[in-house]
Design a protein. Structure first.
Length: 174
């Protein structure tokens, strides 16, 4: 099973994705992609760790280069989250290189798909705020949008959390 779980900030997508991963079973790997910058980042990480405490996840910190992850072939992997992973790849060099970031992300996600029995990817709500952003931010949003579009085409389940309510856009609820 390959699942993409989308939604805005604080909509419940992380908890729903964790519950989905638990229902899929197997060794549970929480693939954390956030690089903790500052106190706010550290607090966000602490909240996520507390929320999944006791659920049986082993945490693997991997902010980029997913193809180097060591994942058991029968594991269920929860990737939290795609927005952080894309930012890490897009902004890893001196200049934004959308093509290089897309290629690295596709390599890493494809490798992860081949390694894991089940993969649940948490993504982000995009382009609903009506804001104009600087070119670097637009490049990031373009890459994230392309990655999420690619995943939604090939994944079994695509769900969006709206005010805590799952809307299934593709596939069937597990």
């Amino acid at each position: 099973m390959r699942a993409l779980v989308l939604g805005g900030s604080a909509c419940g997508k992380s908890g729903w994705a964790e519950d989905l991963a638990c229902r899929l079973g197997g060794p549970l790997i929480y693939l954390a992609t956030m690089e903790p910058w500052g106190q706010e980042g550290a607090e966000r990480i602490a909240r996520h760790r507390q929320a999944r405490a006791g659920k049986g996840f082993t945490t693997l910190e991997q902010p980029r280069n997913l193809e180097t992850c060591s994942i058991p072939s029968h594991a269920t992997v929860l990737l939290e989250d795609l927005g952080n992973l894309v930012a890490n790849e897009v902004f890893s060099g001196k200049a934004v290189d959308k093509d290089a970031a897309l290629a690295a992300l596709e390599r890493g996600l494809t490798a992860l798909e081949h390694k894991a029995e089940h993969l649940v990817v948490v993504g982000n709500d995009l382009f609903r705020d009506g804001e104009d952003y600087p070119p670097e931010t637009m490049a990031y949003l373009d890459v994230l949008s392309q990655v999420q579009t690619n995943l939604s085409k090939r994944y079994d389940l695509v769900a969006e959390l709206v005010c805590g309510i799952p809307v299934i856009w593709k596939g069937e609820r597990v």
